[in-house]
Design a protein around this ligand. Structure first.
Ligand code: ATP
Length: 255
């Protein structure tokens, strides 16, 4: 799989720019109310917010699956990856077959598809499991397949909707570290939805907090810890203090 090899642009490059974005569903449900959010190249932004505040809706607008009812939702990334809590694998296809799917839909040739899939499978640490079927994989491995499938697109912007929410704590921590490594190596910008404040702080360069529905962004935090991130950062007082501040903002926004 190819990596982005172009030099980092000198000017700030915004891949996602939401200004005053509203979304009201046809049944009258106001999901988002005045969302202002940017994601720049090189940023990994996590969103935390109460259940039902519109986090998934925001990602769906970012991906083009949903349209905003008001405001401006500009996404300039040309290749967008998207992973969900459910790995959404085709049960009758092997790991290789599942990872090749997006390249297949983009009508890539057989050899190109195979090369892209092999590289992506290697990136997520599943080399040797190419012929396995989804039912032969653990939850963490299925999520790796899902990540690999999106990586074949070489995404500029990667959207994550609670991808590790259903996994046990150890698997989740391991995948957090894998994701940080992929972010550093592949240089996509990330927009990551999670219910875990500590996961948000650990993974991100910036954490934004949403209010209850209709969701808007009520607080933003820059994460000052350097990348690559030492897993032990999670046990420092500075990390705990930032997690506390974000949790506090989350509680305030929920009132
Ligand atoms: N197609 C739809 N029509 C009407 N209402 C919808 C539709 N999709 C979502 N909603 C509502 O919009 C609100 C926001 O939903 P969304 O799934 O974006 O929230 P969320 O923050 O991702 O929730 P959670 O954290 O529980 O996953 C919810 O009240 C939901 O019931």
């Amino acid at each position: 799989m190819s990596t982005l090899t172009t030099a980092e642009p000198a000017v700030r490059s915004t891949l996602l720019d939401f200004r005053d974005v509203d979304l009201v569903f046809p049944d009258g449900t106001a999901a988002l109310g005045g969302v202002d959010l940017t994601v720049d190249r090189g940023e990994f932004v996590s969103i935390v917010g109460p259940s039902g505040c519109g986090k998934s809706t925001l990602l769906r607008i970012a991906s083009g699956l949903e349209s905003a009812s008001g405001g401006a939702a500009d996404v300039s990334a040309s290749r967008i990856g998207y992973v969900f809590q459910d790995a959404t694998l085709l049960p009758w296809r092997s790991v290789q077959g599942n990872v090749e799917l997006l390249a297949e839909l983009h009508r890539a040739g057989k050899a190109d598809r195979a090369a892209k899939a092999a590289a992506a499978i290697g990136l997520v640490g599943l080399t040797g499991f190419e012929k396995h079927l989804p039912k032969q994989l653990s939850g963490g491995m299925k999520m790796r397949v899902s990540l690999a499938r999106s990586l074949t697109l070489d995404p500029e912007l990667f959207l994550f909707d609670e991808p590790f929410g259903a996994l046990d704590e150890i698997t989740r921590e391991r995948l957090n570290d894998e994701l940080l490594r992929l972010f550093a190596e592949q240089r996509f910008a990330g927009l990551f939805v999670t219910h875990s404040v500590s996961e948000a702080v650990y993974l991100s360069t910036k954490v934004v907090v949403m209010s209850g529905r209709p969701g808007s962004i009520v607080a933003r935090f820059d994460v000052p810890f350097p990348l690559p991130r030492d897993p032990d950062i999670r046990f420092t007082p500075e990390f705990a203090a930032l997690v506390g501040d974000v949790s506090h903002a989350l509680r305030e926004g929920h009132r």
